[in-house]
Design a protein around this ligand. Structure first.
Ligand SMILES: Nc1nc2c(c(=O)[nH]1)N[C@H]1C(S)=C(S)[C@@H](COP(=O)(O)OP(=O)(O)OC[C@H]3O[C@@H](n4cnc5c(=O)[nH]c(N)nc54)[C@H](O)[C@@H]3O)O[C@H]1N2
Ligand SMILES: Nc1nc2c(c(=O)[nH]1)N[C@H]1C(S)=C(S)[C@@H](COP(=O)(O)OP(=O)(O)OC[C@H]3O[C@@H](n4cnc5c(=O)[nH]c(N)nc54)[C@H](O)[C@@H]3O)O[C@H]1N2
Ligand code: SF4
Ligand SMILES: [Mo]
Length: 687
């Protein structure tokens, strides 16, 4: 028995753990620790541990499929490419849109946006970062001049105080959670603000079980308490920031007194004060956040509030400090870096800037989409549903909006208006089922490439086995399609390395990187502007990325969520994840060891409230919102705040997104996945 070990990077979350794929007879058969990767030092969470199980699932797509008379029939690549090219050529640029993928490599994302802009000439390119951290990209860029996580993962272990708000780190970024435990062991105080007593919250020295959607009020209250007691970092404020007076005008209002905030948030005033004091007095304090902050109609406001709090207390640009926006998907950071956003080319170079537009045209030797911002994912779906015929054709790579977007009836209505849909995935997903052509792609284990983790660390994927059947590598599919469309020169790449070299040429923050430098366990953190540069684990050490180098205090008023509970829908629904499953389940539900742990969805209801409603644990109940209804087993628990219910969104049979609201943050266009009004009822009693 011959086993070989191929070191690579975990394909699930943005932590970017290293692991070894175990290969026998040319097939991946297991996962083994890779101790030399500094991020996780050989440790893995269950998803990393079982990351081999979906790879050789019998459900993998192995051949292109073309829909004829409503049924998929197997086709050759030639047939598929010819059909797609003739259709793509028949539409105007503004009638087409592309979705790229936070699951695929940097090289593949770069090519997808190049394909959209250079071949289709459409500005409409986006991906699931819209549903995830678009508020971070917009909010932190406005305040700090850069929209990324400021410090490194290892650095979290050095904090003297860790404030976790809206992140269930232990379940959703377990190997970052481990660093919180390291900090705690070294004496750090841990504060967790979450409406649910999650495994992360159980770790807290101080737990703040507040209402979903009241984050701005909470942080304004904390800031008022800090300023009232003279605990702000005056030196940092004077040297590194501007507009402190503007912040004060808002946070010092009576609305944000401890007593009033306590009422808004539903937690004791003294706990808010303690949290504020611990953070302000700590030698270093890190703020970690994720979807509890970003997925709101006030997502950008929430993000700016976290930045305000960290600037006020001077916990930036130093070890153990920072605003750590925990990016979710393995390569969502990279997909954004590569320009799979409707307003920027790679490296966040604005499409509105005429010089940068010219730069890309020169680099790609062709005319490209005109320099205007295209539609976001959420806007694409709205345009499809509300003005049928305006968008006619879509090319979706590695996304499953039929489960992951808000208000699924609306999504389905929208996608069904498309005249032509191409989906490129590794499984026949709910979205692929609606496609006219399905292209079989390869997964992480079957290709070389790079991905960029939440801490801006660029790491390698290394090929461990051949793709199943006729499946092809995503970058190869895009190149072949580009060539069939007449763009020989622009898509003439023979390896992922050649693509990376083009990325480095046109992307200042990746300019100093190449495969030779990246091919080591620790990878490299961007910005890395020259080949001599060591990379940048901590941002904003001397100055911020704003034009004058100063961080900008941005006063924020508290606003309620788009849809508040009322008589008809008296509870607040919030949604999220569990440790065993991944998003729309395409991979984890095909992983027997993970599926066994949580094999269907549930709705968490506060135990006292459930008793009042006569609802028992595990009883199938109905959850109803203005968008739709689902039947879902109740999980009766003391670990959720009264008035709030929670559902994971992984499960098609009780899909949380049938219920969620398609209300968007006005700037980031992120949907309010974390708060809408809902009613739960016993099934027998329903009419
Ligand atoms: N196992 C697993 N891990 C994952 C994923 C997965 O699907 N499965 N997905 C990955 C991705 S893409 C992402 S983006 C991350 C997300 O990682 P997280 O953001 O940590 O995960 P969520 O469960 O969406 O939400 C986090 C917490 O926010 C709380 N919350 C709800 N409403 C509010 C609110 O209004 N304010 C605050 N402060 N908190 C609130 C919820 O109770 C929940 O505990 O996870 C990544 N990791
Ligand atoms: N209610 C609710 N909804 C949410 C959220 C929430 O908290 N609540 N969170 C949102 C967030 S943060 C996110 S990130 C989104 C995620 O939303 P999606 O990105 O739509 O979810 P995934 O299931 O990760 O879809 C990725 C797809 O890529 C495919 N894939 C994997 N590897 C490859 C590959 O190498 N090549 C190709 N071509 N395909 C591949 C998978 O099979 C899968 O179909 O969901 C959002 N939706
Ligand atoms: S923490 Fe994230 S990157 Fe690490 S093993 Fe788990 S899913 Fe993979
Ligand atoms: Mo995400």
């Amino acid at each position: 028995m011959e086993f070989t070990y191929v070191p690579t990077t975990c394909p699930y979350c943005g932590t970017g753990c290293g692991l070894n794929l175990v290969v026998k007879d040319k097939k991946v058969v297991g996962v083994a620790p890779w101790h030399r990767n500094p991020v996780n030092e050989g440790k893995l969470c269950p998803k990393g541990n079982y990351a081999y199980e979906f790879i050789n699932s019998p459900d993998r797509l192995t051949t292109p499929l073309i829909k004829k008379d409503g049924k998929f029939v197997e086709a050759s690549w030639d047939e598929a490419y010819k059909l797609i090219a003739s259709k793509f050529k028949s539409y105007k640029p503004e009638e087409m849109a592309c979705l790229s993928s936070a699951r695929v490599s940097n090289e593949e994302n770069y090519l997808m946006q190049k394909f959209a802009r250079a071949v289709l000439k459409t500005p409409h390119i986006d991906h699931c970062a819209r549903l995830c951290h678009s508020s971070t990209v917009a909010g932190l860029a406005a305040v700090f001049g850069s929209g990324a996580m400021t410090n490194s993962i290892i650095d979290i272990g050095e904090s003297k105080c860790v404030f976790v708000i809206g992140s269930n780190t232990l379940e959703q970024h377990p190997l970052i959670g481990r660093r919180i435990m390291v900090a705690k062991k070294n004496g750090a105080k841990v504060i967790v603000a979450d409406p649910r007593l999650t495994p992360t919250a159980k770790l807290a020295d101080l737990y703040l079980p507040f209402y979903s959607g009241t984050d701005v009020a909470l942080m304004n209250g904390m800031m008022q308490h800090i300023i009232k007691n003279g605990l702000e970092n005056k030196e940092f404020i004077a040297k590194r920031t501007k507009d402190f007076e503007k912040l004060k005008e808002v946070v010092m209002k009576d609305t944000y007194s401890l007593d009033n905030v306590a009422k808004i948030c539903g937690i004791p005033a003294k706990d808010i004060a303690t949290a504020a004091e611990w953070i302000a007095k700590a030698e270093s304090s890190n703020l970690l956040y994720s979807m509890g902050i970003t997925q709101h109609t006030v997502g950008v406001d929430n993000v700016k509030s976290t930045a305000n709090l960290q600037m006020l207390t001077g916990h930036l640009g130093k070890r153990g400090g920072g605003v750590c926006a925990l990016r979710g998907q393995n390569n969502v950071q990279g997909a954004c870096d590569m320009g799979c956003l409707p307003n920027v080319y790679s490296g966040y170079q604005s499409v509105l800037n005429a010089d940068l537009h010219k730069k890309m045209e020169t680099a790609w030797s062709c005319n490209i989409a005109e320099g205007k911002a295209g539609y976001t994912v959420t806007e694409m779906i709205n345009v499809l549903a509300d003005t049928p015929g305006k968008l006619k054709c879509m090319y979706i790579m590695g996304e499953n909006p039929m489960i992951s977007d808000p208000d699924l009836h609306h999504v389905e209505k929208g996608l069904r208006t498309l005249e032509f849909l191409v989906v490129q995935d590794i499984f026949l997903t709910e979205t692929a089922a609606l496609a006219d052509v399905v292209l079989p792609a390869t997964c992480f284990a079957e290709k070389n490439g790079t991905q960029t983790s939440t801490e801006r660390r660029v790491q390698m994927w290394r090929k461990a086995q051949d793709p199943p059947g006729q499946a092809k590598v995503d970058w190869q599919i895009i190149c072949e399609l580009g060539k069939v469309m007449g763009f020989e020169k622009q898509f003439d790449f023979k390896s992922s390395e050649e693509i990376f070299n083009e990325i480095a040429k046109v992307t200042p923050s990746y300019a100093g990187m190449n495969y030779a430098r990246l091919d080591k366990p620790e990878g490299l953190h961007w910005p890395c502007p020259t080949v001599e540069h060591p990379g940048t684990p901590i941002l904003h050490k001397e100055k911020f990325g704003t034009p004058d180098g100063l961080g900008i205090f941005t006063p924020i008023e508290y606003k309620a969520q788009a849809e508040s509970p009322d008589k008809e829908y008296p509870l607040l629904l919030t949604t999220g994840r569990c440790i065993w499953q991944w998003h729309t389940g395409s991979m984890t539900r095909r992983s027997p060891d993970l599926e066994r742990e949580e094999s269907t969805g549930w709705i968490e209801i506060n135990a006292d409230e459930a008793k009042e409603m006569g609802i028992r644990d595990k009883e199938m109940i109905r959850a109803v919102t203005r968008r739709g209804e689902v039947q879902v087993p109740a999980r009766v628990t003391p670990r959720i705040k009264r008035g709030v219910v929670f559902m994971p969104f992984h499960f098609v049979e009780c899909a949380a997104n049938v219920l969620t609201i398609n209300a968007l943050d006005p700037v980031a266009k992120i949907p309010e996945f974390k708060a809408c009004a809902v009613r739960v009822e016993k099934i027998a009693e329903a009419k």
